[in-house]
Design a protein around this ligand. Structure first.
Ligand SMILES: Nc1ncnc2c1ncn2[C@@H]1O[C@H](COP(=O)(O)OP(=O)(O)OP(=O)(O)O)[C@@H](O)[C@H]1O
Length: 273
């Protein structure tokens, strides 16, 4: 059986203007990316800054097309955005003039859900993310963590099969972040969604991922995919302090370390002309 999501030798180049010569040039963001994600899997992408993680997520979201290779969903090339994929970014992208309920309903409107179903569905998903009782609050009356819960509820409400998350918890304080990680794992278990999650945090990657794909520095390609066998995270007391967790953390750190050094060297070279 073919994978739910498949990157097949994917490359992405962007047209840029060369600074010195002012000529048009091409910038290779990712190259030769091969990666499969199974239905219902939780896959985390990590890699040095600028290695192309968001580019890979944009390709999956259908916001951009590959310059070469294919990005497949159930064997079919992705050609644009679709309701089968929900996206959650670092910035909440909520409508400030709408309540939490109104924001979730907005996603449902866009998805063409009949008006009479929207209110009930929005409440159901706000409840799922733990926002029961906060339906009538506007974004400025909610904490950062709550706003991100609304964004997650909005993406889940129209029932995509895939949830694409680009550093969704990066702007949150450590405690809120950890509680949202647990919340997300609980939701993932309950809904069976396929999750592709980008983070800069090695701890977050190990805690959330069933597999962690480490990317190389620019142009990004898959360096190694590390399976994380820690069982069901939620409910394990202080899992992050266990030796097993530390072992995975160290392995990913090692893989990343060389790439981050290489990326920094590349940046220095660019800066120095
Ligand atoms: N539209 C664009 N035009 C030109 N270059 C782009 C464009 N979008 C992204 N890039 C470049 O492609 C590379 C990959 O960008 P991308 O945002 O995917 O990296 P990233 O790994 O998500 O970075 P970070 O971890 O810092 O968020 C970067 O060097 C970026 O400057």
């Amino acid at each position: 059986m073919s994978a739910h999501i498949g990157f097949r030798d994917v490359g992405k180049r962007f047209a840029v203007r060369d600074h010195a010569s002012r000529r048009r040039a091409e910038f290779t963001a990712v190259q030769g990316v091969d990666l499969d994600v199974e239905r219902g899997e939780f896959l985390v992408l990590v890699g040095p800054s600028g290695c192309g993680k968001s580019t890979l997520l944009d390709l999956l979201g259908g916001l951009t097309e590959p310059s070469e290779g294919q990005v497949l969903l159930d064997g079919v090339p992705i050609t644009g955005p679709g309701l089968d994929r929900g996206v959650v970014f670092q910035q909440y992208a909520l409508l400030p003039w709408r309540t939490a309920q109104g924001n979730v309903e907005f996603g449902l409107e866009a998805a063409g859900v009949p008006r009479r179903e929207r209110a009930g569905r929005a409440r159901e998903f706000l409840d799922l993310v733990g926002l029961n009782g906060f339906e009538d609050r506007h974004p400025h009356q909610l904490s950062g963590g709550m706003r991100q819960r609304v964004a997650i509820a909005r993406s889940l409400a129209y029932d995509p099969t895939v949830l694409l998350m680009d550093e969704p918890f990066a702007a949150l304080d450590a405690q809120t972040r950890e509680s949202l990680q647990d919340e997300l794992l609980r939701i993932w278990r309950r809904t069976g969604k396929t999750v592709v999650f980008i983070t800069h945090s090695i701890d977050e990657a190990v805690y959330l991922g069933q597999r962690v794909a480490v990317l190389t520095s620019r142009p990004g390609r898959v360096k190694e995919v590390v399976p994380i066998e820690l069982g069901d995270r939620v409910g394990q007391v202080d899992l992050r302090s266990s030796t097993e967790f530390a072992r995975y953390r160290h392995r990913i750190w090692e893989l990343l370390h060389d790439e981050v050094s290489r990326a920094q060297q590349q940046e220095k070279e660019v800066a120095g002309g």
